[in-house]
Design a binder for this molecule. Structure first.
Ligand code: HEM
Length: 145
């Protein structure tokens, strides 16, 4: 991530943070529109779930300068997601819903550069989560072999 990209992410997230509940609601509505089957994966209260997602994004946004330090926790989160029945292809759909939500929330301020910076950040997190889930699955397979 370049310092410019980090600034774009921080400035845009600061504009979404005050409307976090609304943004989370838009996000889930879009997600379930893209793939209604994903609804079944979510057991908890969606408002609470939305807060968790926005909090996690906030932590990531605030740690962009030292994102490597988050790697163990993000890998762990990925393994936990495999336990929620999240599969690799779902990351694509969630990424689409997230960018769509930011576009709605930010309007004209969601410039192409901002979009690219968010795409990079999301995929950095998503690839780290997927790798954590894959390693966890491989370890579990070795344990039973
Ligand atoms: C960068 C990507 C993602 C981030 C940062 C993220 C973040 C989180 C966080 C912080 C939680 C709550 C943590 C916990 O209590 O375990 C959570 C739970 C969950 N996430 Fe994600 N997530 C991501 C991708 C996905 C994807 C791709 C899916 C697929 C649909 C997904 C589905 C879920 C589900 C089903 C739960 C549990 C909900 C429940 O308790 O009912 N997440 N996520």
């Amino acid at each position: 991530m370049t310092p410019q990209e980090i600034t774009l992410i921080k400035n845009s997230f600061a504009k979404v943070a005050p409307i976090a509940d609304q943004a989370a609601a838009i996000f889930y509505a879009r997600l379930f529109e893209l793939d209604p089957a994903l609804r079944d994966l979510f057991q908890g209260d969606m408002k609470e779930q939305g807060r968790k997602l926005m909090t996690m994004l906030g932590v990531a946004v605030n740690s962009l300068e030292r994102i490597e330090q988050l790697v163990p926790a993000v890998r762990q989160l990925g393994l936990k997601h495999a336990g929620y029945r999240v599969r690799e292809e779902h990351y694509e759909t969630v990424g689409d819903a997230l960018l769509w939500t930011l576009a709605k929330g930010l309007g004209a301020e969601f410039t192409l550069d901002t979009r690219i910076a968010w795409g990079k950040t999301y995929w950095l997190l998503a690839e780290t989560m997927k790798a954590g889930a894959r390693d966890g699955a491989a370890k579990a397979a070795r344990a039973v072999a």
